[in-house]
Design a protein around this ligand. Structure first.
Ligand code: PMP
Length: 460
């Protein structure tokens, strides 16, 4: 065996010895090896065994401009030498101020005040903490409940995990449930024969009824992704967000749009809430694509209207003490500015819009394959739902095994697919070309067909 390959295998063994990974199957702790990635270039990653793979999920929906962008590396190095850190408690730095101004230009409505965090979970957590602070300063200590949806995902802090409606994330953790109320996933596949308009009316009526049952004066916030990404790229019926927002306004409930996945170009806009989903939220959270994943950063944009009610003369001596050591980290903010500059210079949003229909058509071309129960997409994020029995709506453990098998086959063919249970989710780097989309779809097609054959032979 080649020396470098032996080296790589040795390093893999080391990784198994000391790393605890997210989504770790504890029965196999120390046994299972994850592919060890050596480097990335463009839309590809290469593992230590030399396998070159299209990065179908763009890391974790984040490497918008692709790997190995010199401009971002240079910006990071330059900022690290200029000012590598400052305490956000009593100083600030130019990249953070510049980035906040830049983001305020991109956000809809009057969402002009930016708080930076370390990632998506801390962004959503901070948005919820701001809402607590807001209602307490306004003298409404009972307005505390948070309405969220089944199938939603909002992070891995205590509070954001509790707000995540994917039950698979819960077992063996103590999840705070008192304040958190789940309503239905706006998934057309669960519409039970209703038309899109009827299903929308049904969802809005459920929200209204939930408010009546809880008492709207006990509800602080509605927290929602524009499309439910980790839930399987669930795109709500047209008009859903605007209708729910109208009810939130009526009852003075803060509408938080979790754009950790959808912001920074994924849906062809800087922020998807207004232009793609017809809603101007009170707070928007973001992370991932803001730096294309080169360094960690997240944040939230808060509306001036909300802030006006708890600042200046209305502040009543209060402090918003939600402090992270790395809030507005200068190196992360410099990386974000370089990332945004690349996106602007290359007209990446236009590119996403141009590729969006081609990507959707590619996914639709899989719809008639065996196993494929549904395909859906928006911008450059899509999902192929695979079920052993296409007529079923709800997946079981066996379907999840099929998802993992499709992923394994595709991996050997040169594509990382992100299997979320039985769903193959694709959200490639936004720089992907038409030909590369074709290649990605073609590999996924082979993966699905091979898994279907194996199933027919009884090998799965
Ligand atoms: N919100 C959404 C919608 C997400 O998809 C994620 C992560 N996938 C998060 C929040 C949490 O972000 P992070 O992993 O950066 O903490």
């Amino acid at each position: 065996m080649h020396g470098a390959q032996l080296d790589a295998i040795e390093r893999e063994a080391d990784a198994r010895r000391h790393l605890l990974s997210p989504a770790e199957e504890m029965a196999k702790l120390g046994e299972e090896s994850r592919p060890l990635l050596a480097y990335g270039e463009g839309i590809y990653v290469v593992d230590t065994r030399g396998r070159r793979l299209i990065d179908g999920p763009a890391g974790m929906w984040c490497t918008q401009v692709g790997y190995a962008r010199q401009e971002i590396a240079d910006a990071i190095a330059a900022q690290a030498m200029k000012l590598s850190y400052n305490s956000p408690w009593y100083t600030t730095n130019s990249p953070a101020a510049e980035l906040a101004a830049r983001i305020a230009e991109m956000t809809p409505g009057d969402l002009n005040r930016i708080f930076f965090t370390t990632g998506g979970s801390t962004a959503v957590d901070s948005a919820l903490r701001f809402t607590e602070f807001y209602n307490n300063v306004l003298g409404r200590p009972d307005k505390k409940r948070i309405i969220v949806r089944k199938d939603g995902y909002h992070g891995s802090t205590n509070l954001t995990a509790a707000c995540s409606g994917r039950a698979g994330n819960w077992p063996n953790f103590d999840i705070e449930q008192d304040r958190i109320v789940f309503i239905s996933s706006p998934n057309m596949r669960l519409a039970d024969g209703k038309s899109e308009t009827e299903f929308l009316d049904h969802l809005v009526a459920e929200f209204q009824q939930t408010l009546e049952e809880l008492g709207a004066d006990t509800v602080a916030a509605f927290l929602a992704e524009p499309l439910l990404a980790s839930g399987g790229v669930i795109i709500p019926p047209k008009g859903y967000h605007a209708r729910i927002k109208a009810l939130c306004e009526q009852h003075d409930i803060v509408y938080i749009s979790d754009e950790v996945v959808t912001a920074f170009g994924r849906c062809g806009e800087w922020f998807a809430s207004e232009k793609m989903f017809g809603v101007v939220p009170d707070i928007i959270t973001f992370a991932k694509g803001v730096t294309s994943g080169y360094v960690p950063l997240g944040g939230l944009a808060i509306s001036e209207k909300l802030l006006a009610r708890v600042s200046g003369e209305n502040a009543k001596g209060s402090y918003f003490t939600n402090g992270y050591t790395y809030t507005g980290h200068p190196v992360s903010c410099a990386a974000a500015l370089a990332n945004i500059a690349i996106m602007e210079k290359s007209n990446l949003l236009d590119h996403v819009r141009a590729m969006s229909e081609h990507f959707a058509a590619g996914l639709r071309s899989l719809a008639d394959l065996p196993l494929v129960a549904d395909v859906r997409s928006n911008g450059l994020v899509g999902c192929v739902e695979c079920l052993a029995d296409k007529t079923h709506v709800v997946a079981d453990d066996f379907d999840r095994k099929i998802g993992a098998r499709i992923d394994a086959i595709c991996f050997d063919l040169g594509l990382i697919v992100r299997p979320i249970g039985h769903m193959c989710v694709l959200s490639p780097p936004l720089i992907i070309t038409r030909e590369e989309i074709d290649r990605m779809i073609s590999i996924l097609r082979q993966g699905i067909l091979q898994a279907a054959d194996e199933l027919a032979r009884g090998d799965i």
